[in-house]
Design a protein around this ligand. Structure first.
Ligand code: 3PG
Length: 215
């Protein structure tokens, strides 16, 4: 069985997904999220600044639990761990990435968007997966349908998850957390609007608290 991500989350249910373009934004952004109730955050490898941003948060933000997202290659898998990531995730898996993951014991959420992908990942030991892109893949109805035949895989849906549908997702017994960029979207990070990001983080943390699991 591949090491799970959920034990790292301390019961936290909502993970902000971040695209950080300026590494100088990483520390105030990370601090803002931690201070407003969201200690688990995902820095995606979608910007040139991502690795520097991960290092800045790892070194300067006490209490941050850093996930590294949008990992597509073995090289990124290795760099994400060296930079200070506690866990990783991917939107899906290629054959090569899967081979590298099978040799790794780093907690990881591989992405899946269909039952066949979910079953293939389950077969090689992934009992926790990222449902991506969640809404496009069928959203809450898809999760309800999966729960029938697949009883031993839990999901972190991301992709068009927002404050409007967060509760519906978290209500599902096969969902252990949700993620999304609605809390700190690129335009608010660019504007360094920590007030609005903090407000959104508190709102999201409040939704998550209703579904928080005991640890
Ligand atoms: C991810 O990488 O998990 C998603 O891009 C987040 O999706 P969102 O931007 O629709 O929240």
């Amino acid at each position: 069985m591949h090491p799970k991500v959920s034990p790292l989350l301390s019961g936290t249910k909502v993970i902000p997904v971040l695209v950080i373009e300026n590494p100088d934004d990483a520390q105030p952004l990370g601090q803002c999220l931690v201070d407003n109730g969201l200690p688990v955050l995902e820095v995606t490898l979608r910007s040139d600044a991502a690795f520097k941003a991960i290092e800045n948060i790892a070194n300067k933000v006490d209490g941050a639990i850093i996930g590294v997202g949008s990992i597509l290659t073995e090289m990124q898998l290795n760099s994400a761990q060296s930079a200070g990531g506690w866990f990783g995730d991917s939107p899906g898996v290629s054959e090569r990435l899967l081979r590298a993951l099978e040799l790794s014991d780093w907690p990881f959420l591989p992405g899946a968007g269909s039952l066949s992908e979910i079953l293939a990942l389950r077969e090689v030991g992934f009992s926790e997966q990222k449902l991506f892109p969640a809404e496009v893949s069928g959203g809450v109805s898809m999760l309800k349908s999966i729960a029938g035949p697949v009883k031993d895989v839990a999901f972190c849906p991301t992709g068009d998850v927002s404050s409007a549908n967060a509760s519906e997702y978290l209500k599902q017994p096969n969902v252990f957390a949700i993620g999304g960029s609605w809390i700190a979207p690129p335009e608010l990070i660019y504007a360094r609007d920590w007030t609005e990001i903090g407000r959104r983080a508190r709102e999201a943390a409040g939704i998550g608290m209703q579904w928080k699991t005991a640890v």
